[in-house]
Design a protein around this ligand. Structure first.
Ligand SMILES: [Zn+2]
Ligand SMILES: [Zn+2]
Length: 316
C-alpha cells in the first residue's frame, strides 16, 4: 500500500485556502516530499503525517513557489529529532540554490546530500534505518526517474516506480532441496550456495509482478516525451494552472498548461487517474472548468489541499 497526499495545490503564491503545490508519498514507513514552497510545513502539520521520516525531497525547479519552504522545513525536521541524512534531488543548478537557502539554517543535526538529476533514474532502498540511493541491488524499493520539462527555469518532472517483488515459489525451492533457513536470502534477491550448487533468486522466484507508478509534472508546457514518461502510471498529478481555454495564450507565455493540455497527456499516456494541481491564484474555483479536462480524460479529479489516497499493487 502506498499513500499519497497533496500537501498543497496552488501556484505562484500561497493563499489562505490553498497552499503551494507539493505532494507527499508514504511507503514502507518512509516519506518522499515533492516540492516545498513557502508554507509547505504548515500544511504538512495539518496533514499530521509527521516530519521526521522525510528522507527525500524532490524539487521540480528553483522558482520560489516550489522551494522557499525548504529552510523552514529542514529546520523543523531537525527539531523533530532527525539524525539520518536527507537527500534533495532537483534539476541542474539546484545545488547552488539549495546551498544558498541552507545558509539560513546552518546547524542542522543531519547531513543534506544534493543530487542534480537530468533524465536519469535513481534506485532507492528504504529501511527502518533510513534510505540508500543508487546501490543498484536486485530488489529496489523505489525507482525515481526524471524528465526535462519546458519552463522558464530548468525544471524536471518525476515518476516514482515501486517494484513488486516476485512471489517465492516453494515447489521450486523444494525441488532443489533447499532448507528453509536459506529462503529469506533468496527472497531478498541474494544468491545462496547449497550442496556446492549456486542457487540464484531467478531459479526459485516466480515471474516479475507489476508495480505501482506515480508521476508528477509541474511547471511546464507540454513536451513530446511526456506521454511516454508518464506511460501507464496508476496516478498522474499534473499542473493545470489555467482551467479556462481562453487562457491558452497566458499558458504559452508563462510556460504552463491548461486543463485540456494536462488531460491530453493523461489520455496519451494511458494513465489510470489524473489529478490536477498548481492552480493560478486568479482561479477561485477550479471545479468550474473540470469539463475541459473530463471531455478528454474522464477519470480526472481537481486536487485540493490535503487530499489523500492510497494505491495498491495490481495483484494486492
Ligand atoms: Zn509554480
Ligand atoms: Zn515555475
Amino acid at each position: 500500500m502506498i499513500d499519497i497526499a497533496l500537501v498543497g495545490t496552488g501556484g505562484n503564491m500561497p493563499m489562505p485556502n490553498r497552499f503551494l503545490a507539493s505532494m507527499l508519498i508514504r511507503y514502507k514507513g518512509r516519506k518522499i516530499l515533492v516540492d516545498c514552497g513557502e508554507g509547505t510545513q504548515v500544511s504538512l502539520r495539518l496533514l499530521k503525517w509527521g516530519f521526521k521520516s522525510i528522507d527525500i525531497i524532490c524539487i521540480t525547479h528553483g522558482h520560489g513557489d516550489h522551494i522557499l519552504g525548504l529552510p523552514g522545513l529542514l529546520s523543523t525536521m531537525g527539531n523533530s529529532g532527525r539524525e539520518e541524512p536527507v537527500y534533495i534531488i532537483g534539476p541542474k543548478g539546484i545545488g547552488q540554490i539549495v546551498k544558498g537557502l541552507l545558509i539560513a539554517v546552518p546547524y542542522l543535526p543531519y547531513d543534506v546530500f544534493l543530487v542534480e538529476a537530468r533524465e536519469t533514474s535513481l534506485a532507492v532502498n528504504l529501511s527502518d534505518q533510513g534510505i540508500e540511493i543508487d546501490k543498484g541491488e536486485l530488489h529496489r524499493d523505489l525507482i525515481i526517474s526524471t524528465l526535462e520539462l519546458d519552463h522558464s527555469a530548468p525544471c524536471i518532472g518525476y515518476s516514482f516506480y515501486m517494484p513488486r517483488r516476485p512471489r517465492f515459489n516453494v515447489e521450486k525451492a523444494l525441488s532443489y532441496g533447499l532448507p528453509k533457513k536459506l529462503w529469506k536470502a533468496l527472497q531478498r534477491g541474494e544468491n545462496v550456495v547449497h550442496d556446492g550448487q549456486l542457487i540464484s533468486p531467478l531459479m526459485v522466484l516466480d515471474q516479475a509482478r507489476k508495480g505501482v507508478k506515480i508521476s508528477y509534472i509541474t511547471d511546464t508546457r507540454p513536451v513530446e516525451k511526456m506521454a511516454a514518461f508518464v506511460w501507464d502510471s496508476q496516478l498522474l498529478i499534473c499542473e493545470g494552472t489555467y482551467g479556462d481555454e481562453d487562457d491558452i495564450n497566458k499558458a504559452i507565455e508563462n510556460k504552463h498548461m491548461t486543463f485540456s493540455e494536462a488531460a491530453s497527456i493523461a489520455h496519451e499516456g494511458k494513465v489510470g487517474e489524473l489529478i490536477l494541481t498548481h492552480f493560478s491564484p486568479a482561479m477561485d474555483n477550479p471545479e468550474e472548468f473540470i469539463c475541459n479536462a473530463k471531455s478528454i480524460f474522464a477519470n480526472t479529479l481537481i486536487g485540493y489541499d490535503r487530499y489523500t489516497t492510497s494505491l495498491k499493487f495490481p495483484d494486492e
